[in-house]
Design a protein around this ligand. Structure first.
Ligand code: 5RP
Length: 233
């Protein structure tokens, strides 16, 4: 029997669910892998598990509501025990690229408010070096052109070249995040020093947040056809 990528995503989600306990406040991620986690969590909640969740996007909030998962906010619950979320790329040091679904700002705020972050993914997301997946950068709409130019100039100083494009939605219109910002996708190909790029992007005023998650993930459950691999082992 062949194992589909959805089967693998579900396996990773179920592995993370084993780390959820009674009374936890959870950060709940966004994307197709996180959606498997939400559905499996919903089944546990309907069986009596008592948790509260902070969703990382409006999309996840709707899915959680449909599953009957009690939701809270970081205003009411500023400290979370665990966040479970997907990723676009994971390197061996548990550095991530996130934001393929455009939720990176809330995802990073929620992850930073959590004691632990478990990343769930199928094996295609594990890479030796970040950057094949275009890096999402959330930017303020004001001054978009100038911010894009500055990102290009400062990235080039780090030796990073490649097109930086404003993301479009499925309807072909410019994509707008839950926070009302634009996303730029930077096609660098390879990011040998993610810390240096993150530090540089953090200096650009129009950059709201970027998809480099460094020092946030504490574990990753990576599902392959022969089982779930945990990082660190
Ligand atoms: C959304 C994200 C997602 O977690 C990431 O894009 C992975 O999504 P998927 O599980 O659908 O591959 O960062 O902003």
């Amino acid at each position: 029997m062949t194992t589909s990528s959805e089967d693998l995503k579900r396996s990773a989600a179920l592995a993370a669910l084993d780390h959820v306990g009674e009374g936890m406040a959870l950060g709940i991620g966004t994307g197709s892998t996180a959606a498997h986690f939400v559905r499996a969590l919903g089944a546990r909640v309907r069986d009596g598990l008592g948790i509260v969740g902070v969703p990382t996007s409006e999309e996840t909030a709707r899915l959680c509501a449909a599953e009957g998962i009690p939701l809270t906010t970081l205003d009411d619950t500023p400290h979370l025990h665990l966040t479970v979320d997907g990723a676009d790329e994971i390197d061996p040091a548990l550095r991530l690229i996130k934001g393929g679904g455009g939720a990176l700002l809330r995802e990073k705020i929620v992850a930073a408010a959590s004691d632990r972050m478990i990343v769930i993914a199928d094996g295609s997301k594990a890479v030796p070096v970040l950057g094949t997946f275009p890096l999402p950068i959330e930017v303020n709409l004001f001054g978009l052109g100038a911010t894009l130019r500055e990102i290009g100039l400062l990235s080039a100083e780090l030796g990073l070249e490649g097109p930086i494009r404003r993301r479009l939605g499925r309807d072909g219109e410019p994509f707008v995040t839950d926070g009302g910002h634009a996303i730029l996708d930077a096609c660098f190909g390879r990011i040998p020093d993610p810390e240096a790029l993150a530090a540089t992007l953090n200096t650009i005023p129009g950059v709201v947040e970027h998809g480099l998650f460094i020092g946030l993930a504490t574990q990753a459950a990576i599902a392959r056809t022969d089982g779930v691999e945990w990082l660190p082992a």
